[in-house]
Design a protein around this ligand. Sequence first.
Ligand code: HEC
Length: 154
Amino acid sequence: MALTQCRKTTVVTTPETDAALFAKATSTDFTYYKNDTQVHASSSQSAYSGYFRVRFNAIALSALTDNGKLPAGGTFPQGSLIVKELHNDSSGTQLHGYAIMEKLSSDTSQADGWVWSEVNTAGTGYTIHNKGAICTGCHSVDDRDRVRLFDLFP
Ligand code: HEC
């Protein structure tokens, strides 16, 4: 008689990979910032002078308790995933890539608690193994856990 075995369903979150992060960023259920699906022009403080909209996975969304924003001084929980869609214009149909932040404070690729990636729609670009070297400077200027749009787009 065969033994019935319990199957383990361990979710491996670290170490993160570019491919796994891209799959999550393009497939998980997300909610747009303030439920606003409009694409907006980037602020003058952005590296990218194009158009964007930002979405949060359910874990990140749970931390947005200050009128849809992370409270000042707050921190996002582990597993939070924030995706900035990069668009060519305001139509919402000209998506060309993604800038991605994933909260994984113990990951080998993390910097300031986040794993950082910026890729085109095929999933290639700025690898997580760069540890956000070109990202963290701009993203360290406020006290909302490295996320910029809460203060710039209140
Ligand atoms: C020159 C400054 C600058 C650099 C460099 C920069 N960002 Fe940003 N980022 C911004 C600003 C400002 C915003 C707010 C939205 C906007 O104005 O475009 C933003 C928004 C974001 C968002 C949406 C969440 C938030 O913070 O508002 C993500 C995700 C993001 N950036 C990821 C990255 C990644 C990954 C890199 C590095 C590859 C990077 N950024 C480099 C300035 C920068």
